[in-house]
Design a protein around this ligand. Structure first.
Ligand SMILES: [Zn+2]
Length: 246
């Protein structure tokens, strides 16, 4: 099975030639044929960005550039790997901007629901904010080796936030979680969750643990811990208050 780690290499597709400035720090890069999708993308993008910035109480803006793939083939070119047309990712920083990749709503029907799009963009923006405030490496297969922010915590937080922006995700995940009886050890979820045999279960576990943590300890505590990661004195194995991993 093809593993879907966040790529360590990404390139903009040559078909993406146009840029649209949504704000000083927010940009959409797109192919000519996707002009009709710009109002929808802009509206969802602004909603997602405002939500995430407010959630983390970020004083400074972070620069985000959406690279909108006109086709699935362009997305695969940019991620340098095989992926579904519904795939989104936040592969890193290019020219000082935090890049997010996905397929145009004109090509992928799932991406044309503005509320769902806002939810998923909030997920990807959260990846960038988490790395920005924690200084964690973007290389998600090196997190365990570096004792850096665990991917279960990062993915759990991204899913917590996407389900706040797009609540149907909350109901879908609650239903799936209710049917699961066996969970991973925390150590097994440190690197990219797609490296787990059952990636769906790994993502659900990440979501479950982070939701419990936020509801028990408050979001301020998780934000404090992420900033603490900058000191490299943070021991993520000592985290209190999460669900018991069994
Ligand atoms: Zn994610």
């Amino acid at each position: 099975m093809q593993k879907r780690y966040l790529s360590e290499r990404f390139e903009k597709s040559p078909t993406i030639t146009e840029t649209f400035s949504v704000a000083d720090h927010l940009r959409i890069s797109y192919a000519d044929r996707d002009v009709p999708a710009l109002p929808l993308i802009r509206e969802s993008f602004l909603r997602a960005y405002a939500y995430v910035k407010d959630w983390f109480d970020c004083r400074d803006d972070i620069a985000v550039d959406l690279w909108v793939a006109p086709t699935q083939a362009d997305l695969e070119y940019m991620t340098c790997m095989r992926c579904e047309e519904t795939f989104f990712c936040a592969p890193g920083i290019r020219d000082g901007m935090n890049v997010i990749l996905f397929v145009s709503p004109l090509r992928c029907r799932m991406n044309a629901d503005p509320d769902r799009l806002a939810g998923i963009l909030a997920h990807e923006i959260t990846h960038h904010v988490v790395r920005d405030i924690s200084r964690a490496t973007v290389f998600s297969m090196k997190r365990k080796e570096k004792r850096d922010v665990p991917m279960w915590l990062e993915e759990g937080l991204c899913q917590f936030i996407d389900s706040e922006v797009y609540p149907p995700l909350r109901q879908i995940r609650a239903g799936k979680i209710a049917g699961i009886t066996k969970w991973y050890d925390r150590e097994e979820l440190w690197d990219d969750l797609s490296s787990c045999d059952d990636a769906d279960r790994a993502y659900l576990q990440a979501y479950k643990e982070v939701r419990t943590f936020v509801e028990t300890n408050g979001k301020e505590e998780i934000i404090r811990l992420l900033y603490l990661n900058r000191t490299h004195c943070m021991n993520w194995n000592d985290l209190p208050g999460f669900d018991t991993f069994t």
